[in-house]
Ligand binder design. Structure first.
Ligand code: NAD
Length: 261
């Protein structure tokens, strides 16, 4: 198996894209540390599934990534229980939609903390052992919104542009150490987060499900279909392969053509 004896920390892996990435890495033998919020029994089930997939240890941290001290503790626990991570997937993210002049300051701070500052904290804590080992992979889930904007998403767009810039800078710093640093920028991905928006939008706009999906959510996405979490996971897994060793500092779009327009 490709990732046998490698330790992968996947933030925001209790659902959606992060869970798909955790599954893909575990299926290649990685020892995975999960992180994110959710129902305790469901998380236990996910942890068991991941351990079964990898035929190795799996662990879970409930760290709230908006809190730097909790991030410190999560990395220390991961190192104690599984080993220091040589694969770091910065995936946790939150969103809030509001015009800038009425954007709640606490939501701005939360989005910056989880979507951007947490990426800095995990990276600064994990990079030294990757360098020592001479091998590492840092993969950040950015977004099409790291390249282009939409109205009413100022905090998210600013944070994701920040992730793209941070990725490039750290890639240059680690370029001679066997550590690659990249981001993946999906368009709309079919996760419960997106699925849950559909009924309310149908009601609010008097639209059918098809109309909401095509004219609202997928209006910017030329393929008119959602990206699947497993597609993002496959690209993340590819970036962990030896033949991806020269891909670093890249912002890899997976957006059905959105940012080609
Ligand atoms: P999701 O809501 O299914 O997953 C988000 C994960 O982050 C969950 O595990 C959640 O518990 C965790 N999380 C949220 N706040 C946290 C916190 N403070 N501390 C720790 N964990 C926290 O959403 P998703 O669509 O899978 O999103 C994953 C990533 O993909 C995010 O960074 C998001 O911005 C990005 N993304 C999503 C889409 C999309 O259309 N779904 C598109 C582009 C980028």
């Amino acid at each position: 198996m490709l990732l046998k004896d490698k330790v992968a920390l996947v933030t925001g892996s209790t659902s959606g894209i992060g869970l798909a990435i955790a599954r893909a890495l575990a299926a290649e033998g990685a020892r995975v540390m999960l992180n994110g919020f959710g129902d305790k029994a469901e998380i236990k089930q996910i942890r068991d599934e991941i351990a079964e997939l990898s035929q190795d240890l799996a662990s879970y941290s409930d760290a709230d990534l908006s809190k730097p001290a909790a991030i410190d503790k999560m990395i220390a626990t991961c190192t104690d229980e599984l080993g220091s991570p040589s694969i770091l997937i910065n995936n946790a993210g939150v969103q809030h939609v509001s015009p800038v002049e009425s954007f709640p300051a606490d939501k701005w701070d939360l989005i910056m903390a989880v979507n951007l500052s947490a990426v800095f904290h995990t990276t600064r804590l994990c990079l030294p052992s990757m360098r020592q080992r001479g091998w590492g992979r840092i993969i950040n889930t950015a977004s099409a919104h790291s390249l282009v904007a939409s109205p009413n998403k100022s905090a998210y767009v600013a944070a994701k542009h920040g992730v793209a810039g941070f990725t490039k800078s750290v890639a240059l710093e680690a370029a001679r150490d066997g550590v690659t640093v990249n981001c993946i920028s999906p368009g709309y991905v079919w996760t419960t987060l997106v699925e849950n928006q559909i009924p309310d939008t149908m009601k609010a706009r008097g639209m059918t499900r098809e109309q909401v999906m095509n004219d609202v959510l997928l209006s910017a996405q030329p393929t008119k279909r959602f990206v699947e979490p497993v597609e993002v996971a496959s690209l993340a897994l590819y970036l962990c392969r030896p033949e991806a060793g020269s891909i670093t500092g890249a912002n890899l779009s997976m957006d059905g053509g959105w940012t080609a327009q």
